[in-house]
Design a protein around this ligand. Structure first.
Ligand SMILES: C[S@@+](CC[C@H](N)C(=O)[O-])C[C@H]1O[C@@H](n2cnc3c(N)ncnc32)[C@H](O)[C@@H]1O
Length: 243
């Protein structure tokens, strides 16, 4: 992602939907003391964790700013590069987000986004969501609804949005990134602590219904057990373009 955004020493970089700042720290290391990285996120708790992590790592060239990606109130043409790792698919209006990010870049500056690819390449996400929805009495969902985990995995959609936002010189790569864990139970714990859309559905159920849904998930997901643990096939899309 950092290579596709052409990030190098001395650059000023925008990190959108930075979460707890894991990739922000990588960027801070890459741009070095002469550069700067600004981590932004819509969640005050995520950003507070990012600020604490970056400060504990002694990264004096990293800053944080609380803002939604769609409404970045930043100076125009102020950044050399930008990235957004596993955040853009959560945006209610990803095109507005892309337009806002593009405005912050200097001419020729590159932006790279990482999102989940199509549902068939990320089967465990669909399994957990569909089981949770059925137990909650909800109809099957459209995986491509804005804000859904796989919403930007619809073939052709993210490159089209990049073009509509005005990005040029597009580069698109898909990367296999299987999630390798000790057991299916560890995956279900991960789903719980990641507090994503599945948890929102499970949290509204009675304890008995929620237990039944989790048991069905564990049974369905055990199909992905391996000789030495458990592995969720996962495919990511990396899309980059220049202002
Ligand atoms: C899966 S986390 C990814 C965090 C980080 N980029 C990483 O890869 O570790 C998604 C992040 O997107 C943020 N987010 C969701 N919608 C957003 C929006 N509209 N604007 C900015 N951040 C948003 C969430 O608060 C969360 O921190």
């Amino acid at each position: 992602m950092l290579d596709m955004a052409d990030i190098g020493p001395g650059m000023k970089v925008l990190d959108v939907a930075a979460g707890t700042g894991d990739q922000t720290a990588d960027i801070a290391g890459r741009v070095g003391p002469g550069g700067l990285v600004l981590a932004t996120d819509v969640s005050p708790r995520m950003l507070a964790a990012a600020a604490a992590n970056l400060s504990a790592a002694g990264l004096g060239n990293a800053r944080t700013l609380l803002t939604a990606g769609e409404t970045l109130a930043l100076d125009v043409a102020n950044f050399d590069a930008a990235v957004c790792r596993l955040g853009l698919m959560f945006f209610g209006d990803p095109l507005a987000g892309l337009q806002a990010i593009r405005r912050t870049l200097r001419p020729g500056g590159r932006f790279c986004a990482m999102v989940f690819s199509e549902p068939s390449a990320n089967p465990c996400i669909g399994i957990t969501v569909s089981i949770a929805r059925r137990h909650a009495g909800l109809l099957p969902d459209d995986p491509y609804l804005p804000g859904a985990l796989l919403s930007l995995g619809k073939p052709g959609l993210i490159d089209e949005l990049f073009r509509l936002a005005g990005f040029v010189d597009l580069e698109l790569r898909s990367v296999s990134a299987p999630l390798k864990l000790v057991s299916v139970e560890e995956y279900l714990r991960f789903v719980r602590t990641a507090a994503g859309p599945v948890m929102t559905i499970l949290d509204r159920m009675s304890p008995d219904t929620s237990r039944a849904a989790r048991a069905e998930m564990a049974a369905a997901l055990s199909a992905y057990a391996t000789a030495d643990g458990w592995e969720a096939p996962t495919e990511l899309l990396l899309v980059a373009g220049a202002r």
